[in-house]
Ligand binder design. Structure first.
Ligand code: IMP
Length: 492
């Protein structure tokens, strides 16, 4: 009998037995499938009513989304996207890198809007602590990769390094609260050593000194939210909680799986949710992907479907160095004219302007690309993505006025064998009328053909289409899709 040698949980009388009662909750993982900024927050906002906990498992203040609320606009960087759903608990896992100053500021901004996170937000005491020298190091060396300058890379590097020159450098959020005075001293020491090594020329000395001075106050603000219990999420899931893990950045920027060195410094792939989110993968239910129809990338690195190729990459790099952003482009170029050009670089510039593709935090012009179905297919297969939300589908209408006279997409011509080189195809069928109908929630035959085409090429069902920036313009395809997920219909 082979079962005699198996651990109890795999024996025939264990929970693997489909007849045994299941009271546990589950977790779904939502990740971006491209290079970030796919509009994940909007999808989470729609799905949030179906979950009890929204949890972050990677990254830190390098992520970001802006939310318009009746009380005004708020830019969130570290808090999970579910803040505006009072029923949902929020969890920040040990895989995240916490900038305590910015986090305290986000919590305070929400408090001023009348949203209290007390009793709702838990942050793992083991989350890595971003320190002043991390921020200074990242800013100093940000140009090669085009990092966001938030100190995330140096922070994770120090976590792995643990000790430098006999000084512990892998500080965690719990250290700040457990031994505040020593932690502040340790941070100051490391920063001082760094600026001395620079010959005292660091331009950030005053700013970093201010951060250190403010740290005790910030520690006081965060104390109530820090969770020392490593099993906090597990306990909730065992009691039936449904968790939605929210990935920061995106799969193609994973520190190992992405194209080094042009990646972020954490793991962004869905499997990491269960390491950085402090939960056993036993509870995984499904993986939800988010992509956008007008692709974008910030920073350097490969982007096979980029409109204008290397020229676009260089232009956007130079623009971010010279702080040329949205308003400069608006004063220099006419997007309608550029759109009609035969040069893909011009079309990319026009699409950036017409669809607002500038960094939320940095204002940097984003590099623009065609929808890359070949790349999506590979990512979906690799990470067993169950369904996909496709945002910015309405923006494809701009291509109808371009020299392409249809929607250009990169794809594997032969999706069955999949062994041919990716190629560009101009999809002719989409019309402004079907996009307008879609925005009203009506999926007509033209749109259905488009959906079928996309699904066939990416190898996964579409769960929803983003047809405008507003929450209501997310069209659920639960009926269309062979594998509907969770709560898919938009809510008020
Ligand atoms: P870092 O994460 O700040 O170290 O930056 C590393 C790379 O990831 C750079 O190319 C960044 O532009 C990119 N990156 C980091 N966060 C995001 C994001 O939220 N959206 C898109 N790209 C990001």
């Amino acid at each position: 009998m082979t079962t005699a040698f198996l651990p109890p949980s795999c024996s025939s009388t264990s929970s693997c037995d489909s007849n045994s009662p299941v009271t546990d909750g589950f977790a779904d993982v939502l990740v971006g499938l491209q290079y970030g900024d796919e509009g994940k927050a909007k999808i989470i906002d729609t799905l949030a009513p179906g979950y009890d906990v929204i949890a972050r498992f990677n990254g830190g203040a390098n992520a970001g989304h802006t939310i318009d609320t009746p009380q005004g606009r708020i830019a969130l960087k570290q808090l999970p996207s579910g803040v505006f759903h009072p029923h949902a608990m929020l969890y920040i896992g040990s895989g995240c890198a916490i900038n305590p100053w910015k986090l305290a500021d986000e919590i305070e901004q929400l408090r001023q809007m009348g949203i209290s996170l007390e009793g709702r937000l838990r942050i793992s005491a083991r989350a890595a602590l971003v320190q002043p020298h991390h921020i200074a190091m990242d800013r100093r060396g940000s140009e090669t990769i085009g990092t966001t300058g938030n100190g995330i890379g140096p922070c994770y590097a120090d976590r792995a390094l643990r000790v430098r020159n006999d000084t512990r450098v892998n500080l965690m959020l719990g250290d700040l609260l457990g031994n505040e005075a020593d932690t502040v001293v340790a941070m100051r020491e490391i920063f001082t050593r760094m600026i001395n090594a620079d010959g005292g020329t660091s331009p950030w000395v005053a700013e970093m000194s201010d951060l250190l001075l403010g740290l005790p106050g910030v520690a006081k603000q965060l104390r109530a939210y820090v969770e020392p219990d490593r099993a906090w999420l597990t306990t909730r899931v065992k009691a039936g909680a449904k968790v939605l893990f929210e990935g920061a950045q995106s799969v193609l920027l994973d520190v190992v799986d992405g194209s080094q060195p042009f990646v972020t410094s954490s793991h962004t792939v869905p499997a990491y949710a269960y390491v950085g989110g402090d939960l056993s993968p036993k509870y995984h239910r499904r993986t939800i992907g988010v992509a956008k129809a007008i692709m974008s990338r910030v920073g350097r690195g490969p982007f096979p479907s980029e409109l204008g190729g290397e020229r676009s990459a260089q232009y956007c790099h130079d623009a971010s160095q010279s702080k040329t952003g949205k308003s400069e482009e608006a004063s220099r170029f006419s997007p309608d004219k550029l759109l009609r050009s035969n040069d893909p670089f011009d079309v990319g510039t026009a699409l950036r302007m017409l669809t607002g593709e500038y960094g939320t935090g940095t204002g940097r012009p984003r590099r623009i690309g065609m929808l890359d179905l070949a790349q999506l297919r590979d990512v979906i297969k690799m990470h067993a993505v169950d369904c996909v939300y496709l945002n910015k589908v309405d923006c494809l209408a701009h291509y109808l006025h371009s020299a392409y006279q249809g929607v250009p997409m990169r794809l594997h011509r032969d999706v069955v064998s999949g062994d041919v080189m990716p190629d560009i195809l101009i999809y002719p069928g989409l019309t402004e009328q079907s996009l307008t109908l879609g925005r009203e929630g009506k999926v007509d035959a033209v749109m259905n053909s488009f959906i079928d085409f996309i699904e066939r090429h990416i190898g996964a069902p579409l769960a929803g289409l983003g047809l405008g920036p507003e929450r209501a313009s997310l069209v659920s395809l639960a009926e269309h899709s062979p594998k509907p997920v969770a709560t898919l219909s938009p809510h008020d």
